[in-house]
Ligand binder design. Structure first.
Ligand SMILES: Nc1ncnc2c1ncn2[C@@H]1O[C@H](COP(=O)(O)OP(=O)(O)OP(=O)(O)O)[C@@H](O)[C@H]1O
Ligand SMILES: [Mg+2]
Length: 456
């Protein structure tokens, strides 16, 4: 059991690191000002992520040796690179992962540098540096409408462990390489825009738009992953919650069998037990339906959304956790709450984050103080009605110095925290033209609330 847990923690740790790396790369892609600077920061981020010891990018040259020339690098092993000769041609120096990746257009990896014959020209130097496995990923992005954007370059990574690049890692780095290819093309387009005329400018803009779309998609995937992680954390208490109606169903069904076996069956009792079975079945089913909805990859289309319903959707998921910590929950839902336009799943996710944070903030305070209020109110302003949802807790609270950092990505004070909950929640609410903010309570704890414009 503890071994299983260790393995789980390790996977989770790796996923967290990868998410963090991906997030930083996405930011670098968007902020890049020049091609060399972009390639360098991608290498630096990958090495800082801890999964690889050396990262470099090589460009294909059209000289006689068909050289692959390093243009950016980070990590330990710079002199390894200085001496390394690699080619994209068919000769011996082109039969390693770099050459294969360039010629095939697909990632090529070596699980064990000690034994893989394709790596023999570089083996001694690589082993001396402590590299055990490596991968070369071509900087190519495929696009249905225009074919491939191929930079004729590879991103090359070296790890200290054998078989460091499994199926998930390959998928992760291939996706990253595609984003880099787009971003570089956009930068080149941008440069051309400064130099030449309108056509190039238009193309550059299209490339940039494409990069922005990729970024948006990465954001959505990040939101999805954190949603799944949160649900994973809740799994144990939710399972317990579902077990209760299931146990009751078992007991009632047994009683029915017993009554039916009698000479003169007590049909009234049977009917009553069956009604209870139906009710318990629905209760368990409802929780499962809500979990399913939150686990779906895509968010749903925007539509009229009633926030009281969103609150009711989420409470059964956090309810068990609230009870487990002996927290008293008060609800105050205004009856005249205006409807808002929104993506129900995303709004559920925001509320789930706020509620989980409130529960987590109260774990460390004495049980008598554990009180939480969920409040929904209407506010009629000059620009129309607004709906406000607040989660108030009596937990550890935050200091004035912490306040500006709460919504920063990866800011966390929890040992197992990712620090993405509030940052994602804020971007969701911003996207809904609303506002999410935090205030310290006058006595204990904090209040996190969001306001959304109501439908006229
Ligand atoms: N209700 C709260 N009371 C006090 N501090 C809070 C509260 N909610 C958030 N915080 C602080 O803000 C930080 C960031 O919160 P956020 O939800 O973004 O990340 P997290 O909860 O640490 O991790 P996760 O990504 O798993 O949600 C928390 O680590 C905590 O320090
Ligand atoms: Mg959180």
């Amino acid at each position: 059991m503890s071994q299983q847990r260790e393995a789980y923690e390790e996977t989770l740790g790796r996923l967290r690191r990868r998410l963090r790396t991906l997030y930083q790369c996405t930011n670098a892609l968007l902020q890049a000002e020049s091609e060399p600077a972009l390639l360098r920061s991608i290498c630096e981020i990958l090495v800082a992520g801890g999964e690889v010891r050396l990262a470099w990018v090589g460009y294909c040259e059209d000289d006689a040796e068909k050289t692959v020339r390093p243009v950016a690098q980070a990590g330990d092993g710079v002199e390894y690179l200085e001496r390394l000769k690699t080619s994209w041609g068919e000769m011996e120096l082109g039969r390693g992962p770099v050459g294969i990746a360039v010629r095939t257009g697909h990632a090529c990896w070596v699980d064990d540098i000690r034994t893989d014959p394709r790596f023999s020209p570089w083996r001694a130097a690589a082993l001396a540096r402590g590299y055990a496995s490596c991968i070369a990923v071509p900087l190519i992005a495929y696009e249905a409408s225009r074919g491939a954007v191929d930079l004729r370059a590879t991103l090359n990574l070296y790890a200290a462990e054998c078989s460091a690049f499994d199926e998930h890692a390959i998928e992760h780095y291939t996706g990253l390489a595609a984003s880099v290819a787009y971003a570089v093309t956009a930068l080149r387009g941008h440069l051309a825009e400064d130099l030449a005329s309108g056509v190039t400018a238009l193309r550059a803009r299209a490339e940039r738009k494409r990069a922005e779309e990729a970024l948006q998609q990465a954001r959505e995937e990040l939101a999805h992953v954190t949603r799944v992680t949160t649900l994973g954390e809740l799994a144990a208490s939710i399972a317990h919650e579902i077990n209760q109606p299931l146990a009751a169903i078992g007991a009632d069904a047994n009683a029915c069998l017993h009554w039916l076996a009698a000479d003169r069956p007590d049909l009234d009792s049977v009917r009553e037990a069956l009604t209870a079975i139906v009710k318990d079945g629905l209760r368990a089913g409802e929780v499962i339906t809500r979990i399913r909805a939150l686990l779906t990859r895509s968010s749903v289309a925007r539509g009229p959304c009633d926030l009281t319903g969103v609150i009711r959707d989420v409470l059964p998921l956090v309810g068990p956790e609230i009870r487990r910590h002996g927290i008293s929950l008060e609800m105050s839902l205004a009856p005249n709450l205006p409807q808002v336009t929104g993506d129900r799943i995303q709004l559920q996710q925001v509320l789930l984050n706020l509620l989980m944070n409130a529960v987590e903030a109260m774990r460390a305070v004495p049980p008598v103080r554990r009180r939480m209020v969920v409040r929904a109110t209407a506010d009629h302003r000059d620009d129309g009605p607004w709906a406000i949802v607040a989660v108030e807790d009596a937990g550890v609270g935050f200091s004035e110095a912490e306040a500006p950092r709460l919504f920063e990505a990866f800011y966390t004070t929890k040992p197992g925290g990712l620090g993405m909950g509030l940052s994602i929640s804020r971007s969701i609410i911003d996207n809904h033209r609303g506002r999410l903010w935090a205030t310290a309570n006058s006595d204990h704890g904090a209040t996190f609330q969001f306001a959304l414009p109501g439908m006229p």
